[in-house]
Write a protein that binds this ligand. Structure first.
Ligand code: 6PG
Length: 486
């Protein structure tokens, strides 16, 4: 399609004007140097956005052709539609009206393998395709999200400055960086969401312990979280937790938290993280526990049937409330370190599997602002990778090792006591089990290998010799060097 001279005024376009798309378009329009073209399948929505926001100076397009004509080259458009088939449909439409060198960006929560497929297909047509993870919800889209773009370095030359203009800014740095080629951006956004799940679950467990074991009220717990937000746990999720707990239901006068059905839903990105990690062989147990905790909560029939199952005879006896609260805080911090360490392990494994050069320190840096898991703590992660870019596990970096060392007595007490009191704390417990597994000198995996060899001749390695071995379990139990047939 030929450019139509004076009509081609916009440097960026947005397709899909539901809340996220509208807010992103408004954010783009508010930054100097951007002129924004907008298009939505139903014109109604475009008209509402344009008339409600005259200050944005949007160029509204009634058709996809008009949309393409309103963009100057290289045309750059961000798709903000529901992830899935709608994305493919819009990509096809844009491919028909865009030309070689133009850039199609998918800003939705796409599955990264879809992004890899789409990038390849679009590239074969001579166009650029960038899957960009965008975090921060509606508010972030409007005022400054954290952005995780993948795609080619060439596309990022045009796109980078535009995305930098709208991203959140921390210490003068915009929260955006080129993550890697094809699906790298959406992969990292998926891991972000997985970590978000783990972080939320751990916070929820901390709340539950303060409420159930110590009998504190939601308002009192809100104060605890507000206090925690002044220290090493400082983060957006801790901050909003205090606000949610302080909320009083207008209808009943009860704490808001007590009128909400205790069944957590999900849109699927946490599940994707765990599925992907299983394929990569990375233990993201913190994220998995969070996904499963939501699943358990959402089984009302099983929960009702199990409510009569016996629990422990005695309750948690808390001698000193301040000590208890501090124990829970430390358990939360240590478990959180494990969850982030596992999330970064998944990034390392994904990068290796898919050939991406992902800078872990940069990822932590762009998560400091705009996104849901934004936290002061992310600076420590950036520093750890700056000190040692080939760090094998975040938890082994000196800062985190010391942090866990300081927290572990509390952490162990909380996990042990919650088990004794029958209060579920799957995130805390599994994080501690992972920590102890990782630091164990010997793991019972040796026994598992022995069992596998016994029933399936799956072979094993010896600690004192090279090679692969098998014991003739049903024969004289002598050991033979294994051959390929084993
Ligand atoms: C973000 C959020 C956002 C959203 C997810 C998770 O980074 O802005 O992660 O993408 O909240 O859809 O939601 P679920 O809990 O429904 O899976």
């Amino acid at each position: 399609m030929a450019e139509h001279g004076s009509q081609a005024q916009a440097n960026i376009g947005v397709v899909g004007l539901a809340v996220m798309g509208s807010n992103l378009a408004r954010n783009l329009a508010s930054r100097e140097g951007n002129t924004v073209a907008v298009y939505n399948r139903s014109a109604e929505r475009t008209n509402v956005l344009v008339s409600e926001h005259p200050e944005a100076g949007f160029i509204s397009a009634a058709s996809i052709q008009e949309f393409a004509q309103s963009l100057h080259k290289p045309r750059t458009a961000i798709i903000m539609v529901k992830a899935g088939q709608a994305t493919d449909a819009v990509i096809d439409q844009l491919c028909d009206v865009f030309e070689a060198g133009d850039i199609i960006v998918d800003g939705g929560n796409a599955l990264f393998t879809d992004t890899i497929r789409r990038e390849k297909a679009v590239r074969e047509k001579g166009l650029n395709f960038v899957g960009a993870g965008i975090s921060g919800g509606e508010e972030g889209a409007l005022n400054g999200p954290s952005i995780m773009p993948g795609g080619s370095a060439e596309a990022y030359e045009t796109l980078g400055p535009i995305l930098s203009s709208i991203a959140a800014v921390v210490d003068g740095d915009p929260c955006v960086t080129h993550i890697g080629t094809d699906g790298a951006g959406h992969f990292v956004k998926m891991i972000h969401n997985g970590i978000e799940y783990a972080d939320m679950q751990l916070i929820a467990e901390a709340y539950d312990l303060l409420r159930t074991a110590a009998g504190m009220s939601p308002a009192e717990i809100a104060d605890v979280f507000a206090e925690w937000n002044k220290g090493e746990l400082e983060s957006y999720l801790i901050e909003i937790t205090a606000e949610v707990l302080r909320q009083v239901d207008a209808k009943t006068g009860k704490p808001f938290i007590d009128v909400v059905v205790d069944q957590a839903g999900s849109k699927g990105t946490g599940v994707w993280t765990v599925q992907t990690a299983l394929d990569l062989g990375v233990p993201v147990s913190g994220i998995a526990e969070a996904v499963f905790a939501r699943a358990v909560s959402s089984k009302p029939a099983q929960r009702a049937a199990a409510s009569a199952l016996p629990g422990p005879a005695s309750e948690w006896s808390i001698d000193n409330l301040d000590t208890f609260v501090e124990d829970v805080r430390r358990a939360l911090y240590a478990s959180k370190i494990v969850a982030y360490s596992q999330g970064f392990d998944a990034i390392v494994a994904g990068a290796e599997q898919y050939g991406w050069d992902i800078k872990k320190g940069e990822v932590a840096k762009i998560w400091r602002g705009g996104c849901i898991i934004r936290a002061a703590f992310l600076n420590r992660i950036t520093e750890a990778y700056a000190e040692d870019p080939s760090l094998v596990a975040l938890i082994t970096a000196p800062y985190f090792t010391e942090a866990v060392a300081g927290a572990q007595a509390s952490w162990r007490r909380v996990v042990a006591e919650s088990a004794l009191a029958g209060i579920p704390a799957p995130g805390f417990a599994s994080a501690l089990a992972y920590y102890d597994s990782l630091r164990a000198e010997r793991l019972p995996a040796a026994l598992v290998q022995g069992q596998r060899d016994f029933f399936g001749a799956h072979t094993y390695k010896r600690v004192d010799a090279e090679g692969t071995f098998h014991t003739l379990w049903s024969g004289d139990r002598s050991e033979v060097e294994a051959t390929d047939s084993h």
